[in-house]
Each structure stands twice: as C-alpha cells, then as structure tokens.
Design a protein around this ligand. Sequence first.
Ligand SMILES: [Zn+2]
Ligand SMILES: [Zn+2]
Length: 259
Amino acid sequence: MAYEIKKYNEGTWMIEDLLSETSLTRFFLLAGNERALMIDAGMNTKNAKEIGEGILKEAGLYDKLITEEKPMLIAITHGHGDHMGGLAAFTELYMSQTDYDVFEVGKNYPDLAFHPVKEGDVIDLGGRVLEVFENPGHSPGSLAYLDVENRFLITGDSVQSGHIFMTGKGGMEIFGGSLLNLIKNTEGRFDQVLGSHGAAPLPGDYLSQVYEAWEKVMKCRNLESTPEKEGIKVAEEQLNGNTVLDYDCGCCYFYCSAQ
Ligand SMILES: [Zn+2]
Ligand SMILES: [Zn+2]
C-alpha cells in the first residue's frame, strides 16, 4: 500500500496511491475554515481517511476541523473502484445519484449517509466553496469539482493525461458535448486542472486540448477523416479480454470500443 503525499498549496494535498511502477490513482484532501473533505479515496488505500487525518494533525488543523459532530467528508468524482478503495471508513458521502445507482454504492456501503450532488450544487467547507459540474462520458455520472477560491478544477478520470477510458456504451459520443458544457460553465474560473491519473497539475487550457483531441478521434470514428490526416495514432489492443482502440492524441489518449 505505497502512497505519496504531495502538498499542492496551503490547505490542499494530493495523495497518490501507487498502483504499479507506472500507474497511480490520485485523491485529494481539502481543508476549509470549518470542515475537511477528501475527494476520492484511492484504490489500495483502505486507510484513506486515516491518511487524511494524519495530514491534518501534522498541519495543526485536526482539532479545529474534525470532531464527532464534524467528521471528515468525502466527495467522489465517479463510481469506479480505483476511486472508492477507502470509502468504507467515512460517514458522509457526496456523489452523483447516477453513479451511486449504477455502481450500487448504497448496497455496498449501506452505512454511509448519501448526499446526492448535481450541476450547480456547492459544498461549503467554510471560506472555501466547491462547485459541482457534471461531465458524463467516462462514467454516466462523472463529476468535476471547482475550488472557487483556489482556482483549480478536479476532473477525475474524465480529463487527465493518462488513458481516458471511454469503453462504456455511448460514453465517447456524449463526452464531447459534456466537456464543452464544462468548458463553457467554468470559463475563466480556474488556472490548473487536477486529474486522477497521469501528471498533475495540468494547465488551465487542458480541457480545450482534450476537447480538440476528442473531435479528431470522432472524425476518424465517423469515417470523415483518417488518423494520418488528424495527426493522431490508433492501435488495436487487448484490455481485460476485450479488443479496444487506443487513440494517441499527443496530449492525451482515449481507449474506445472497437468499431
Ligand atoms: Zn474511472
Ligand atoms: Zn480512475
């Protein structure tokens, strides 16, 4: 259960759960004036909450932010297993109703108090507000969280520099419109993007880069263009027993179902 803690700024930490020599899943600890919140809970880090509490103790914030009445909160970007490893230790959960249902979170974690969040909702940590944006595609209920005061956007697996898995039925098709909405609704409000895999932080225009990559891939998938013309590479690969197409777009990769 190797992991690394990286301080992002005053009150924000990135915890990288090292899955192998080349892959990791990243989750976050955010301290407001009144509450502490984790965004995602890693995969092998069943002790995610403990890790977060340890960070707060070291920063001298634990006694102020954590009491019996004010436990550490958890918000989830989406319902995949590499983001929910340490979920069981928490008591108050924020995520989309869609992924909560699709991934049967209520059945698997019956003791968690569930607070469904949707586009436009806010989670207030005291002097620090997170705004919720919907970004379906990678999963049907994927969310992004905008830290308004600190000007960064947490995007989960939907926008990141590793492989973006779009192997779910119809996911790649809806992702373009979904990402365009996210770009429009968050315009000018953040400077950096923090994804769950690959490098972090990513530049503020990374959403637009991924959107342009999506357009190129879709042109090829709709046979309106070719990978050569679009300057991208495509290879057939085996992934968990399925044949998938791996589109290398330079800035990011998409795994899509074979056509
Ligand atoms: Zn995922
Ligand atoms: Zn993931």
